[in-house]
Write a protein that binds this ligand. Structure first.
Ligand code: PGA
Length: 246
């Protein structure tokens, strides 16, 4: 299983980030899984160079939709690749709502990541209103359409991670049940298969108020490849409990 820690802007101290990372490296139970920690940009390089060998990957929380240029404050996928970043989150709902990121920008970011040989982790998900209005499939379709189109224009045949994160479940403690997640996952698989002209490997992650209890309840879903974890990834013990829960 894949476990991605999305630290957002919560892990402010480098000292704390490194001490979490040290614990993760020492943790034997993590060896059977793919563990990715996504810290703040300035923490990536010191984390990557903290030890000689580590089985824990460092990911990014975002990248620019441009390759290079006068874009103050932006970080290029090429820069991420050069320092050793192997995966990057794009289209997180916080980026979409607070920074007004569009589906088109998300697709351009995916394009940059592919060109830089970084695995994209594309976040999609409906709001509470869209959920109650039963518009989930329509929303996910809009969010995925341009991403699949951009991928179709490349000869990318590697790995695409899609994190289904209902906006109403992020940081709220409210979670969808296993049947609902199974149905949505099947819809995503059917849709991406239809749109996918490249022989891509697509893995589905769930994100939104994941804790050990919740993870345990959905780990049996055969189409689930892992989790994107926000709040509970800030505390090493809580994060470990999610990984080892069964
Ligand atoms: P949460 O965040 O686990 O705190 O709900 C998940 C996310 O935003 O990726």
């Amino acid at each position: 299983m894949i476990y991605i820690a999305n630290w957002k802007m919560n892990m402010v101290s480098l000292k704390k980030a490194l001490s979490f990372y040290d614990e993760a490296i020492k943790e034997d139970t993590f060896h059977d899984h793919t563990i990715v920690i996504c810290p703040s940009f300035p923490h990536m390089y010191p984390m990557l160079h903290h030890t000689e060998t580590s089985t824990i990957f460092i990911g990014a929380q975002d990248c620019s939709e441009h390759e290079t240029g006068a874009f103050t404050g932006q970080v290029s996928a090429r820069t991420l690749a050069e320092i050793g970043i192997t995966s990057c989150i794009v289209g997180h709902s916080e980026r979409r709502s607070y920074f007004h990121e569009t589906d088109e920008q998300v697709a351009l970011k995916v394009k940059q990541l592919i060109a830089a040989s970084i695995t994209p982790i594309v976040c999609i998900g409906e709001t509470e209103k869209e959920f109650t209005d039963k518009k989930t499939a329509a929303v996910l379709e809009t969010q995925l359409e341009q991403v699949m189109r951009v991928i179709g224009q490349t000869n990318y045949t590697k790995h695409l991670l899609i994190a289904y994160e209902p906006v109403w479940a992020i940081g709220t403690g409210k979670v969808p049940d296993a049947t609902y997640i199974t149905e949505i996952f099947q819809w995503i698989l059917d849709y991406t298969k239809k749109k996918n002209t490249n022989p891509l490997t697509i893995s589905l992650l769930y994100g939104g108020s994941v804790d050990a209890q919740m993870a345990k309840q959905i780990k049996h879903i055969s189409t689930l490849s892992g989790f994107l974890i926000g709040g509970a990834s800030l505390d090493f013990q809580k994060f470990k409990n999610i990984v080892v829960s069964e």
